[in-house]
Design a protein around this ligand. Structure first.
Ligand code: SF4
Ligand code: SF4
Ligand code: FES
Length: 524
């Protein structure tokens, strides 16, 4: 593999890579604003200027003082070049830290801040703003311009999700390129020149495609802010967990940003994974965090309609066990969930086997509008994982379940998850059964028709994994603790099994996961 030297360190590169790309792959950051690994090269911010000390230099004319002649004479010197556009070449020697480069970085930084408002105390980007970071790293001098800065539009509504502040904008064009190249919607552009530059919407349009929150995410400064996140949290108070989006079968990798002081999630951001979501997420996926504390089932309940009463967890498990015992295994329907982790589904499939219940069903949401960017048509994050957990047993639909309840073939139901494509009215046949037990993190149609509903932890509160539409298993970690007394579903299923006199063969999550490989093999 060819190599070049950057600041004394050898860096290997693939032919065609730029100095910036190769350095980035090695974990070395050359200061930059307009460059983004997932977008085309604009080379307009000039923050990434480097000095080619040896190799293919570009000559810049200059006057040099000739001591012999005692006068200035025409000469040349190597021109600083943008690393984001500079093709790496074998044996090239590059500096991104020598005095000339440092002066250039400080000058670019000073130029970008000439008219920038001192908004940091009220700016949502504060704490993760490249202008702030690079000011400390590469400038650090007091402002020399003492005249009134150029004023531009602030608080411009770009659409339902994004607000634009032209005074903070450094015109890097990342937002324009993201819309053009990834979202495939030329809804943003730039007008005017110099310090009159601003980002504008296409005539008659709003920024309203399905990836608008990504424009805020790629903006390196606080010029684009999201309606959802702005003024809600300071980023230095937030911590991050590693999640997988529950919005659809793509399984985009996420950073889950939460405030540990109040246990609240504030936003999801894409976690780079070139095999799944590259650097992106869709708006619907980024907003899935709002489901976490909306409509949670926090207490177990028994009874239906007006007679539904809250009961204690132990009492609920005892009651659920009594109701399930009253049904013959051959007439008991076990409903897996395409919204729950593979581990939760596997524990339930094991209980089904222990009870001799071989009628397995899958509760899943209906399709939504997919695209050829990221979004899968399947709105369920783990249909494939639930299918694997069933070890090759064909999963019937909730529609099949309703028909079998009406025919009398099914006389009891144990269901995981609250979400299903069927509306509450369609599930009416289940109300005729006495033994309908729902294990769910949220209220929904299935728990609404259950005679016993037991709360379980949701995705943000558990260690688990999903298998995406491409068959890739992806693990996620808990970000928050479940509500008091609430356990992961696999654990609740194990408690229920004990009350039913069954041993599911695992003590903990690790033990449960050992059974996964067998289930996957059986499913193939
Ligand atoms: S709004 Fe942000 S991403 Fe768009 S050009 Fe301005 S600084 Fe760059
Ligand atoms: S494409 Fe699917 S998995 Fe990715 S962010 Fe959107 S909803 Fe989530
Ligand atoms: S990052 Fe290279 S010019 Fe902007």
């Amino acid at each position: 593999m060819p190599k070049f030297v950057l600041d004394g360190k050898e860096i290997s590169f693939e032919p065609g890579e730029t100095v910036m790309e190769a350095a980035w792959r090695e974990g070395i950051e050359i200061p930059h604003y307009c460059w983004h690994p997932g977008l085309s090269i604009a080379a307009n911010c000039r923050m990434c200027l480097v000095h080619v000390e040896s190799g293919r230099q570009m000559a810049m004319p200059q006057l040099a003082f000739d001591e012999d002649k005692g006068e200035y004479v025409p000469a040349t010197k190597p021109k600083l070049q943008p690393a984001c556009q500079l093709a790496a070449a074998d044996e090239m020697v590059v500096s991104s830290t020598n005095d000339e480069v440092k002066t250039a970085q400080a000058s670019v930084q000073e130029f970008l801040l000439l008219n920038h408002p001192v908004d940091c105390p009220i700016c949502d980007q504060a704490g993760e703003c490249k202008l702030q970071d690079y000011y400390y790293e590469h400038q650090g001098t007091l402002k020399r311009k003492l005249t009134e800065p150029v004023h531009k539009p602030k608080g411009v509504r770009f659409g339902p999700t994004i607000v634009y502040d032209a005074e903070r904008c450094i015109m890097c064009t990342r937002c324009i390129r993201f819309c053009d190249e990834v979202a495939k919607d030329h809804v943003l552009d730039m007008r005017e020149r110099g310090n009159k530059n601003e980002i504008i919407l296409a005539p008659g349009r709003e920024l309203d495609h399905k990836y608008t929150l990504m424009t805020e995410h790629v903006c390196p400064v606080g010029a684009l802010t999201s309606q959802d996140f702005r003024f809600k949290a300071r980023v230095w108070f937030l911590k991050s967990g590693q999640g997988v989006c529950t919005g659809c079968a793509t399984g985009c990798n996420t950073h889950v940003d939460y405030d540990p002081r109040n246990g609240k999630i504030y936003r999801l951001r894409p976690r780079d994974n070139t095999d799944v979501n590259e650097f992106w997420m869709c708006d619907d996926g980024m907003m899935t965090y709002t489901r976490h504390d909306t409509d949670r089932l926090l207490m177990a309940t028994a009874g239906r309609g007006d007679e539904r009463m809250p009961i204690g967890e132990d009492e609920a498990l005892d009651l659920a066990a009594r109701k399930l015992k009253a049904v013959d295994g051959s007439k008991l329907a076990i409903v897996l969930s395409a919204q729950h982790s593979t581990e939760d589904n596997l524990a339930l499939a094991k209980l089904a086997a222990a009870l001799g219940a071989d009628q397995l069903y899958l509760a899943a949401l209906d399709e939504w509008e997919g695209d050829d960017i990221l979004r899968s048509n399947d709105r369920n994050p783990n249909r494939a994982g639930a299918t694997q957990a069933a070890s090759g047993t064909t999963l019937k639909s909730v529609g099949d379940l309703l028909r079998e309840v009406q025919s009398g073939a099914v006389q009891g139901v144990l269901a995981l998850g609250g979400a299903t494509a069927e509306a509450l009215e369609e599930l009416a046949p289940l109300v005729a059964l006495d033994s309908v037990v729902s294990l769910t993190s949220h209220v929904g149609a299935l728990p609404a028709v259950a005679s016993v509903a037991i709360p379980v932890a949701d995705t943000f509160e558990i260690d688990g994994s999903f298998v995406n539409g491409k068959g890739m298993a992806q693990a996620f970690q808990p970000t928050l603790s479940p509500p008091a007394g609430v356990e992961p579903a696999w654990k609740t299923i194990s408690d229920l099994a004990r009350r039913l006199g069954k041993d599911l063969g695992f003590e903990d999550l690790q033990g449960l996961r050992q059974g996964l490989a067998d289930a996957v093999e059986a499913a193939q």
